[in-house]
Design a protein around this ligand. Sequence first.
Ligand code: ZN
Length: 453
Amino acid sequence: MVALSASLVGTIERKACGCEVDTAASAYSVWTYLMSLMLVSVLARVRDSFPNRALTFRLCGAPRVAHIGPMQIDRSYLEQTLAALVRINSVNPKFSDGSTDEHAIATHLGGVMRALGMEVTLHESAPRRTSVVGRLRGRGDGRSLMLYGHIDTVGIEEMRAPLSARIRNGRMHGRGTYDMKGGVAACIAAVKAIVNSGERLAGDIVVVGAADEEVASTGMAEVLKHVRTDAAIVTESTELQLCLAHKGFCWMEVEVEGRAAHGSRFEEGIDANMAMGRFLGRLDTLERDLRTRAPHALVGPPSLHAAVILGGSGTSTYAAHCRLEIERRTIPGETEESALAEIQSILDALAGSDATFRARVRPLLSRGSFEAHPDSSIVQIVQAAATSVLASPPNIIGEPYWMDAALLADAGIETVVIGPSGAGAHATKEWVDLDSVHSVAEILARSALNFCG
Ligand SMILES: [Zn+2]
């Protein structure tokens, strides 16, 4: 049966039997509407004659009609692919004293991609810090789409059976299931569905398995030196919600200089720790001020915390140095420069009122925030695909944590984020909901069909 709703001036939507008809809002005459109805019926019959083909029609003077054939996600292939990824230890070396890396999982994933007919390249940001890129060639006359996931995980200490990939009650357990090998497996299963459909798309589909997202994103930075697409879907876990923004971060170091002296020589010593204390008082005021500023609609207000502090050399010595690392979480519109300027103005004020106060601030590592334009083509297409697969429109959200989506957007690639449901990212119990991974794979396949043509 076909469910059809229409208004003579407005939008016509149709969703039935796994197919979609999207129409732009514009005025239609009753005659045009009836003709469209007849054409839809004809197209449905054509579709039934070619059940494994994805067909796109553009009618002269009529709205674009995208007709998508059934996309079969191979559930057992999806689960086996995910389980194999989980069983490969790909803990970021930062969390394993350098004893693990992404090389094994990248080469394994490369083999999986080759078996699907993809062209595979490996990219190393450092020895064995390997990212993998697979390209499913299209006909060469359409838009290219990147499906993104990172392949490194955080550590596995204190986890029971972190690499077991055990399935219980529809959940797969283990490190990386939720953050984010589930998303990677969904990307692969989506490509397999497209390959199995027999359709050769106009544009390329590029799957990226990036290294080092959990620390400094050197993997994706390296990949972006070699790979560009017209749009990207990041499959970090979002509980099947559509994420259009995330925060950035700026790591800064403040170093206060004192003067070392014997503990009895107060007239000679300048206490760097005490001076840092005065700075921390002002920093505390700034932190509270940040959270009273107008919040971003999707990611809320900015924040900061005094993460690491180290000062002094012995109990009987005036501290000559005190060093503080600050993490500042930025929202769209803020930059590293603006975050540094706030700290510098505190240092200037303290130096202005105390001639012995000497300090400097310098950036350590910054990553920008991310914000997608809701009207962009990829956002519209993924939103429509998710609405169809989930039978209701996905929530629009922002995430507080950083993702590689910002690097993609900075590279001029329209990007949106949608991923599976689960829990336990960076925690001792991690799992992903397999139904949601299946849904993500279907959303990706449908989005690729519509975007790549
Ligand atoms: Zn992640």
